[in-house]
Design a protein around this ligand. Structure first.
Ligand SMILES: Cc1cc2nc3c(=O)[nH]c(=O)nc-3n(C[C@H](O)[C@H](O)[C@H](O)COP(=O)(O)OP(=O)(O)OC[C@H]3O[C@@H](n4cnc5c(N)ncnc54)[C@H](O)[C@@H]3O)c2cc1C
Length: 494
């Protein structure tokens, strides 16, 4: 048993940034299921959107682009908070050691991405923005005496006492079981891509935070809004896909179907720079019509030197696979990328349970509406991480820890067949285009797994991961069934 002032579950950008903004007099524990850098953040290529001036028109334009991408389903108060503080947040990141790319004249080298009406995306290390941010923040965290980082340890369930969250149960790689008690608990567990057969997320992204919150009776919403990234690098293998960033289209790359028709003109006047839901749905349609598993991305108008310098990560990855961006077409197809819904929070990251906060991709702040605008999620992690920290800093309430006994059966079993089936079902029936018949069929199978898994209780990482995957799948299907209209990235063909 361990006791802290604050327990943060997750060591991505949202978890680390929240920890750094909490008063250093508080004892903090950061739990990480894998190593410190093992989540979605370090894979982020394109950048972080920010309005760098306090010019009213610029701010309004960023808000309007976000609303437009989100089908005007966004929470406007949360969105104002997101965009309004973006300038200050960038300064704070720079103070923490993040070095954003600059032009020769010393100004930030801003890029363009789909759905943005102006160049407002900052990037670092060319196309290694997330990694650069994580390296800088990890360095600062390692010097903070009040922060304990516990790696390779997975939170299993929240500990709830009355109407308060007082920490979480966790298990490490050696199967040691812990009760970690804390005055305040922050869920920062990232996405759920690994419940799909093809995703840009790493395999640890099994929706743990959302599922454990659901088991604790915490309010969840908008799970049907699963964003598919239009341009993951196509390979025959399923599992984690490599992303070819939106910023490549921002630098002028064009999309062609396998018959070499530039098809985006049929779908949206913004062409390749339309928001992600539109580009993904258009590619899906073209793949269907041409009986193909991919389309082509063409950036051959750029020189090798320019591409190697601007997109070093992407260039090197594709080169290893025999693709040279300056002369070859790149095969791409959409795959699962980002979870928009999750744990409902107010504007300060507070969930429906006392002393429980959520931040980052696992939260549902409402800023993204029905479809996330590119590069707004890293911004959300830091803006709302700071807001959560401010609330925790103000909190003086003392929580009296009770004790709770868990009766658990220990069993080794990896549930591989269920995992495989969940991924297959979601990919096939709960993907970019949905209909009631498919969703109902998916629901029958997934509910059956949920009921069976819920009847047993096993103290193992595999059991909980599988239960979490099935829980998130069920929440997505339920949301998709009850939302009859097409909006944002939820597309109902019926
Ligand atoms: C390939 C890729 C490219 C992207 N590019 C961009 C971009 O250019 N711009 C942008 O704004 N967004 C981008 N995104 C989205 C963005 O990176 C993520 O939404 C964001 O980084 C999420 O941060 P996070 O802190 O919420 O979660 P993560 O960074 O995913 O961190 C989650 C953490 O939680 C831990 N964890 C999970 N479950 C448990 C558990 N049960 N117990 C303990 N720890 C747990 C994990 O180990 C990890 O440390 C991209 C995403 C991907 C996958």
């Amino acid at each position: 048993m361990k006791k802290y002032d604050v327990l943060i579950i997750g060591s991505g950008l949202s978890g680390l940034y929240t920890a750094l903004k909490i008063d250093p007099s508080k004892e903090i524990c950061i739990l990480s299921k894998g190593k410190l850098m093992s989540g979605n953040t370090e894979l982020a290529q394109g950048g972080i959107a920010a309005t760098l001036s306090n010019d009213e028109n610029e701010l309004l334009s960023h808000i309007e682009d976000t609303l437009n991408a989100g089908a005007y389903y966004n929470d406007r108060q949360a969105l104002k908070a997101l965009v309004g503080t973006s300038n200050d947040i960038i300064d704070e990141l720079v103070d923490l050691g993040v070095e954003f790319d600059k032009l020769d004249n010393g100004e930030y080298n801003l890029t363009m991405e789909g759905g943005h009406s102006s160049r407002r995306i900052l990037h670092a290390g060319g196309d290694a923005t997330g990694k650069e941010m994580m390296l800088a923040l990890c360095e600062v965290v390692s010097k903070r005496a009040n922060i304990d980082v516990i790696e390779d340890t997975m939170a299993l369930d929240l500990i709830i006492q009355g109407d308060h969250c007082i920490g979480a149960f966790a298990i490490n790689e050696e199967d040691n079981f812990y009760s970690i008690f804390a005055g305040d608990t922050v869920i920062a567990t990232g996405g759920l891509g690994a419940i799909y057969k093809s995703t840009t997320n790493p395999k640890i992204a099994t929706g743990d935070g959302v599922a454990m919150a659901y088991r604790a009776g915490v309010d969840i919403n908008n799970m049907e809004f699963v964003q598919f990234h239009p341009t993951s690098f196509f390979t025959e293998k399923s599992g984690q896909r490599f992303l070819v960033s939106e910023a490549v289209r921002g630098e002028g790359a064009k999309l062609f179907n396998i018959e070499m028709e530039r098809f985006m003109e049929k779908y949206d006047e913004r062409m390749e720079l339309a928001p992600r839901d539109i580009v993904s749905q258009s590619i899906f349609r073209e793949m269907y019509d041409t009986w193909s598993d991919y389309v082509y991305l063409d950036i051959t108008h750029c020189s090798k030197d320019y591409l190697m310098n601007r997109f070093p990560t992407i260039y090197n990855h594709l080169q290893v696979h025999g693709v040279h961006m300056e002369k070859d077409l790149v095969k791409v197809s959409p795959c699962e990328h980002y979870s928009i819904g999750g744990i409902i929070t107010d504007i300060d990251g507070k969930s429906s349970c006392n002393h429980l906060y959520a931040v980052g991709e696992c939260s549902s702040t409402g800023v993204h509406g029905a479809n996330r605008l590119a590069s707004n999620s890293l911004l959300e992690c830091v803006v709302f991480g700071e807001r959560v920290a401010n609330m925790i800093n103000k909190s003086r309430e003392k929580v009296i820890f009770g004790s709770r006994k868990e009766v658990l059966i220990d069993k080794k079993f990896n549930f591989r067949t269920i995992r495989r089936e969940v991924r297959q079902i979601l990919q096939q029936y709960v993907g970019i285009v949905r209909n009631e018949t498919d969703l109902k069929m998916a629901k029958r199978i997934i509910t059956n797994h949920y009921d069976n898994l819920s009847k047993i209780k096993v103290t193992s990482k595999y059991y909980y991961e599988t239960l979490n995957m099935v829980t998130c799948a069920m929440l997505i299907i339920d949301g998709a069934l009850s939302r009859k209209e097409s909006i944002g990235c939820h597309y109902r063909i019926d």
